[in-house]
Write a protein that binds this ligand. Structure first.
Ligand SMILES: [Zn+2]
Length: 483
C-alpha cells in the first residue's frame, strides 16, 4: 500500500513539474503589423523578378538537353537589371553555371556572409495546367506568374535589388557579402554551387553564416499556432537512392518457381514499408517544439516543454502524417519498380528504387545496413543505386549564433505578424556544397506561404504575390544593413 502512495505522490509531483514548466513559458507578445507604406518603397522589384522568369533556364540531368543560350542570356539580363552590382562588385570567374559577386566589407576582422540562391528551374510540366504561360513572367492581379517565381529566382532578384539600392545609397557593409548563385541546383549543384564553394575554399574563406532557400513564413499550416511562423531551416536530411534487387531464372511464366525475382523484390519493398526506421527527436525538433511553445495553447505547451516524459507521445503523434513523420525518422519511399518486360516471361532480375532521406544524427551507411538486412530477409539485396551520389545529413546549425539572431531580427522587422522557429528541411538544397566553409547554415526564403501557394513549387501555376516580392527585398535590405 505504502508503495502505491509513494508512486501516486511521485506522479503528482511529476505532473505538477510538467504543468509548471508549461506555465512558465512566456506567451509571446501580440503579433504586430507591417505598415504597407514601407513596402511601397520596394515597388518595381517585381518587374525585375519578372524579367528573370522570362529567361527559361531549365536545368536537366543531361546537359545536352539544356538550352545553354538561356543560361548565357540570364547572365546578361542580371547585369542589365542590376548595373551597379555588375560595375562595383567583384565578379570572380566561377564557370558557366554560376555567378558570384563579392562585396568587400569595411571591417576585415569580421567573417563574411554568403547569400545564396539558384537561377535554374525545373521543367514546367503540362503547360495546359498553367493559367499563364510558365515563362511569361506576367505581373497581373497582384501576382508575378511563372516558373521560378517561388523556387527561387525571387531570392536572387531580391538579394540583387537590395544590393543595387544599397550601392546607390553609397552603403558599404561591415562584413564582406558574397552573393552566390548556382545554375544547376535542381540537378545537384555540381557545376554551380560546387564551383563557387571550390573557389571560396581555395581562397580560405571561412564565413559566419550562409542563407539559402528552404523554410518560409508558414501561414495556416500549424492549426494550433496563434500566428504565422517563420520556419528557419537549421538542419537538412541526407539523401540516398537504394536499389533493391533480386535475381531469378528467366523462362516461360507458365511453370514459375514459388518466388520470382519480382516477387522477392516486392516482398523486400513491402517489408521496408512495414518496418519503418525508428522515430527519434532530433536536437532541431526539440528546439522547434520549445520555441513553438509561446505561440501554442497550454495543452500543447505541456507536451512540447516536457519531452523527457512526453517524447514517446510526440513521436507517435508525429508519425501519423507524412509531413511530420519525415521530421522524426529516416524515410524510405519506393519510387521505381522493374522486372520482366513481357507479361509471360519470368524476370531474370528485378529491381526497385527506394528514395531514402536520412535523419540528422544518423548516416547513410547505417541506413544502408538496415535496408540490406531487411532485403536479405526477403531474399533480395540492397545497394547504392548510383555510386557517389549519396549525401550525408547536414550538421544541425546552432540557433545561438549571430547569423540566427540576425535573421530573427529581420523577420521581426519585415514579418511582425509572425514568430520565428528553427526547423529541419526535409528536401535538399545547394547548401550541402558549402559545408566546411561556413560556421552556420540557414535555409529561409523570406516570403509568406499558405499550403495552396506551396502547390506551385515544382507544380503547375507557380506564382508569388507582389507583396511577397517586396517583403523579400525589404528583408534582404534590412539583413545586409545590419550585417
Ligand atoms: Zn529551389
Amino acid at each position: 500500500m505504502i508503495f502505491a502512495y509513494i508512486a501516486l505522490g511521485a506522479l503528482a509531483a511529476l505532473l505538477a513539474l510538467m504543468a509548471a514548466r508549461a506555465a512558465s513559458t512566456r506567451k509571446a507578445p501580440p503579433p504586430g503589423t507591417l505598415d504597407p507604406a514601407r513596402l511601397q518603397a520596394f515597388a518595381g522589384v517585381e518587374d525585375k523578378l519578372s524579367a528573370l522568369i522570362r529567361v527559361p533556364t531549365v536545368s536537366r540531368f543531361d546537359p545536352s538537353e539544356e538550352d545553354g543560350e538561356a543560361f548565357e542570356r540570364l547572365r546578361r539580363e542580371t547585369l542589365r537589371l542590376f548595373p551597379l552590382v555588375g560595375e562595383r562588385l567583384l565578379k570572380p570567374d566561377v564557370g558557366d553555371r554560376a555567378m558570384l559577386f563579392e562585396w568587400p566589407g569595411s571591417d576585415a576582422s569580421l567573417a563574411p556572409v554568403i547569400l545564396t540562391a539558384h537561377f535554374d528551374v525545373v521543367p514546367p510540366g503540362d503547360e495546359s495546367l498553367w493559367r499563364r504561360s510558365p515563362f511569361s513572367g506576367a505581373v497581373v492581379d497582384g501576382y508575378v506568374h511563372g516558373r521560378g517565381a517561388q523556387d527561387v529566382k525571387i531570392m536572387m532578384a531580391c538579394a540583387l535589388e537590395a544590393t543595387e539600392r544599397l550601392l546607390s545609397d553609397g552603403f558599404v557593409p561591415k562584413r564582406t557579402v558574397y552573393l552566390a548563385f548556382g545554375g544547376d541546383e535542381e540537378t545537384g549543384g555540381v557545376r554551380g554551387a560546387a564551383s563557387i564553394a571550390a573557389l571560396l575554399a581555395e581562397r580560405g574563406v571561412k564565413a559566419s553564416f550562409l542563407l539559402d532557400e528552404g523554410g518560409f513564413v508558414a501561414s495556416g499550416m500549424l492549426s494550433f499556432a496563434d500566428r504565422p511562423l517563420a520556419l528557419v531551416g537549421v538542419a537538412e536530411k541526407g539523401y540516398v537512392d537504394v536499389a533493391i534487387g533480386a535475381k531469378g531464372k528467366g523462362g516461360h511464366a507458365s511453370m514459375p518457381p514459388r518466388h520470382t525475382a519480382a516477387g522477392l523484390v516486392a516482398k523486400a519493398v513491402a517489408m521496408s514499408e512495414s518496418n519503418p526506421f525508428p522515430a527519434r527527436i532530433t536536437a532541431t525538433l526539440a528546439r522547434f517544439l520549445s520555441d513553438l511553445s509561446p505561440y501554442a495553447p497550454f495543452g500543447y505547451r505541456l507536451l512540447f516543454r516536457n519531452l523527457f516524459v512526453t517524447g514517446p507521445l510526440v513521436k507517435l503523434a508525429f508519425s501519423a502524417s507524412p509531413t511530420t513523420n519525415a521530421l522524426v525518422r529516416t524515410t524510405t519511399a519506393a519510387t521505381m519498380l522493374s522486372g520482366s518486360d513481357k507479361e509471360n516471361v519470368l524476370p531474370d532480375k528485378a529491381r526497385a528504387i527506394l528514395n531514402v532521406r536520412v535523419l540528422p544524427g544518423s548516416d547513410v551507411a547505417s541506413a544502408m545496413a538496415r535496408l540490406d538486412a531487411i532485403a536479405s530477409k526477403a531474399g533480395a539485396t540492397a545497394e547504392f543505386a548510383h555510386h557517389g551520389h549519396a549525401v550525408e545529413p547536414l550538421p544541425e546549425s546552432p540557433v545561438d549564433h549571430e547569423g540566427y539572431r540576425a535573421l530573427e531580427a529581420c523577420i521581426r522587422e519585415v514579418f511582425p505578424e509572425a514568430g520565428t522557429v528553427p526547423f529541419m528541411f526535409t528536401a535538399g538544397t545547394d547548401t550541402k556544397h558549402y559545408v566546411g566553409l561556413v560556421e552556420a547554415m540557414y535555409r529561409f526564403e523570406p516570403i509568406m506561404q499558405s499550403p495552396e501557394d506551396l502547390a506551385g513549387v515544382h507544380g503547375a501555376d507557380e506564382r508569388v504575390s507582389v507583396e511577397n516580392v517586396r517583403r523579400c527585398c525589404m528583408f534582404y535590405e534590412t539583413l545586409i544593413r545590419g550585417l
